[in-house]
Design a protein around this ligand. Structure first.
Ligand SMILES: *[C@@H]1O[C@H](CO)[C@@H](O)[C@H](O)[C@H]1NC(C)=O
Ligand SMILES: *[C@@H]1O[C@H](CO)[C@@H](O)[C@H](O)[C@H]1NC(C)=O
Ligand SMILES: *[C@@H]1O[C@H](CO)[C@@H](O)[C@H](O)[C@H]1NC(C)=O
Ligand SMILES: *[C@@H]1O[C@H](CO)[C@@H](O)[C@H](O)[C@H]1NC(C)=O
Ligand SMILES: *[C@@H]1O[C@H](CO)[C@@H](O)[C@H](O)[C@H]1NC(C)=O
Length: 414
């Protein structure tokens, strides 16, 4: 055997013992990482062994093999660094209130005032809202965040900016979804409370926060508890989901209509169903070109009925029919490993971001998990807020990640 061949055999056997059969050494690894990132090579965790630390609960046990303290970026694929984070990404808390789930859902970015609005948990843990008490819509100002960040002299130390409550009129009950701006107004989707109907309303983001309800029934029948909403930017149609969390969180009556996805023409007020067959349809988003729709099914999260991890925690993708805008060709896009996929957003590269049980997770357009904004706690939704800024709602806290990727403008008209 020549020296060359002997060397090759030796190198190959070392490689084999390190990575095992079928492993492609190093091809998985990013060349460099931002400071708050850890790389978890899928090869290194593909086999945990007979006494491996397997997780039994999707909701209370996290997948954190490096045992890193949150918040951090958990990288599973080099594209998470090259396309999403960049190498100087940072993440930190920007507001918190450990006693109140003030930052649950309905995030809306308002570029003109550099504000983000959001709603507190409606009917759930630490939400302080129920059959007899409405939830709260509040806002933060990202200019104040930038000033506090600058004054802190650090990219990672926690900040605590002012959270200002909006004073909303009485038809706005149990806000759970939001998007826009739509002709300069917030679109809020409200779950209703008791017999007060779920509805979709346009809300003035400025004081006095006056509102106009644009839909509160389906040919005379109440919805169950409206959940989330997006504008299809190419047509200006409003798409929204209806599910049963108002009932499961004990502030709405028994469901009387299937959980499904609707399309509302805001001008003619014609409303129709575009997708059904879900357990609990929840978050909604469109690709930037408007040709693909994404719906999360939070079936495994069951409120007072308890969680059931054999039910969906799944993001489905659909083609948006160009003529009818019915959702066609339903397929599984991704199944989340922790908790549920809740509110979703896309970036300009077609990557999909969802609030989940351990923070926010990101998949590329083929449904491969690229990595996580690992918070070690639930996020229900998130929103891009200007170039390279991702605001992540985490119930009792809000995080800001400064990254390479950006969202596209969700406003209508553009
Ligand atoms: C999962 O359940 C098994 C069987 O009860 C138990 O041995 C194991 O310790 C549990 N794993 C964790 C991480 O709790
Ligand atoms: C942030 O400010 C809010 C409102 O003043 C307060 O309730 C909360 O405790 C503060 N959080 C921290 C971590 O100090
Ligand atoms: C950041 O801080 C520096 C020095 O403290 C100050 O000169 C600058 O104006 C600040 N910038 C912003 C955007 O607050
Ligand atoms: C709020 O009131 C102003 C002034 O009357 C009106 O122009 C605007 O359309 C209202 N907004 C909503 C959402 O009702
Ligand atoms: C969980 O859901 C599955 C599928 O719907 C069902 O068969 C099972 O009985 C449920 N388990 C519990 C504990 O409710």
């Amino acid at each position: 055997m020549s020296l060359g061949i002997a060397l090759c055999v030796a190198v190959a056997s070392v490689w084999f013992s390190l990575y095992g059969p079928g492993a492609s050494a190093q091809t998985n690894a990013p060349t460099s990482l931002p400071p708050q990132a850890v790389f978890v090579d899928p090869v290194s965790v593909a086999v945990l062994g007979e006494s491996g630390p397997f997780r039994n609960s999707s909701f209370t046990q996290f997948f954190n093999p490096t045992n890193t303290s949150p918040p951090f970026f958990q990288v599973f694929h080099p594209d998470f660094v090259t396309k999403v984070l960049g190498t100087s990404a940072s993440i930190r808390q920007i507001a918190s209130n450990s006693g109140f789930a003030f930052a649950h859902e309905a995030p809306i970015f308002l570029p003109e005032t550099d504000e983000v609005t959001f709603a507190s948990n409606d009917g759930g843990l630490l939400g302080f809202s129920d059959l007899n008490h409405n939830n709260r819509v509040s806002k933060i100002n990202l200019g104040e965040v930038a000033r506090a960040a600058n004054a802190s002299g650090s990219k990672t130390s926690p900040l605590n900016v002012t959270v200002t409550a909006l004073s909303l009129p009485s038809p706005i009950q149990m806000t759970n979804g939001g998007t826009g701006p739509f002709h300069g107004q917030l679109i809020l989707v409200n779950s209703g409370r008791g017999q007060l109907p779920p509805n979709i309303a346009l809300v003035n983001p400025a004081s006095p926060n006056n509102a106009t309800v644009i839909l509160d029934n389906y040919f005379g029948r109440q919805f169950n508890s409206l959940n989330d909403v997006k504008i299809h930017r190419q047509t200006g149609m409003i798409f929204f989901t209806d599910t049963i969390y108002g009932f499961l969180n004990q502030f709405r009556p028994e469901p009387l209509i299937p959980g499904q996805v609707y399309r509302l023409d805001p001008t003619t007020r014609r409303v129709k169903v575009v997708a059904d067959g879900f357990d609990k349809p929840n978050g909604i988003a469109f690709s930037e070109d408007g040709k693909t729709a994404f719906i999360t099914d939070t079936g495994s999260s069951g409120g007072f009925l308890g969680n059931n991890q054999t039910e969906p925690a799944t993001i489905y993708a659909f083609d948006v029919d160009p003529k009818t805008q019915a959702f066609a060709n339903r397929r599984v896009f991704a199944y989340v490993d922790t908790g549920i996929a809740d509110g979703i957003q896309l970036d300009t590269q077609g990557n999909v971001y969802s609030g989940t049980g351990d923070g926010a997770q990101v998949w590329d357009s083929t449904g491969t998990l690229l990595g996580k904004f690992f918070l070690g706690t639930v996020s229900s939704n998130l929103i891009f807020a200007g170039k390279g800024q991702l605001v992540i709602l985490a119930e009792t806290a809000i995080y800001l990640a400064e990254i390479k990727a950006s969202g596209f403008d969700l406003a209508f008209p553009q």
